[in-house]
Design a protein around this ligand. Structure first.
Ligand code: HEC
Length: 156
């Protein structure tokens, strides 16, 4: 690449970087944060349900489908915490099932999220292995982490 072209390339990458900085520097509104996390959980639920149905025997077991859904759950388990930024609790939105205890007991909440992430990562790994019994067992462990957090931090 000659110098002139390099200059153009550099300038355009700086422009696109500038774009990114502006986008991420803007503080999202608490309401948007809350809606973001609700969307994340919608995606988690959307992908967890079909796995549950297979584990319960309601639909035929399909290891490849489990693996595909598990990947989304894993990815979203890593995205969820951002959706609980300070100030995005019940005061920020009309409709939320998030309890104020999330923010007054943050360490415990974060631990519950880490437990979920760890089990979700394992679920993807086990699902790729294709062993039905192992997948069912790991599904159970992952579901326990959902329940544990909902019990303490989500309104019924
Ligand atoms: C660390 C805590 C935590 C974990 C782990 C967790 N959740 Fe939740 N979940 C919440 C909270 C808090 C809400 C309420 C969010 C709100 O309304 O603002 C929620 C909401 C939801 C919703 C409703 C989404 C909506 O707004 O329509 C679904 C579905 C859901 N979770 C499924 C799951 C599943 C399935 C798992 C496990 C695979 C899971 N969650 C793991 C805390 C958690």
């Amino acid at each position: 690449m000659n110098k002139k072209l390099l200059g153009i390339g550099l300038a355009s990458s700086l422009i696109s970087l500038g774009f990114l900085t502006v986008a991420s520097a803007a503080d999202p509104k608490p309401k948007d944060v809350a809606e973001y996390r609700q969307s994340v959980y919608t995606i988690i639920g959307w992908n967890f349900k079909p796995i549950a149905a297979m584990v319960k025997g309601e639909v035929p077991f399909d290891a490849a489908a489990v693996a595909r859904h598990a990947q989304y759950v894993e990815l979203m388990s890593k995205a969820a915490l951002e959706g609980f930024a300070k100030g995005s609790g019940p005061d920020a939105v009309k409709h939320t099932e998030a309890k104020p205890e999330i923010w007054t007991n943050w360490d415990k909440f974060e631990t519950a999220m880490n437990d979920f992430q760890q089990e979700a990562v394992k679920l993807t790994e086990v699902a790729k292995g294709g062993d039905e019994a192992a997948i069912k067992a790991q599904f159970g462990k992952t579901a326990e982490t959902c329940k544990a957090c909902h019990k303490e931090f989500r309104k019924d």
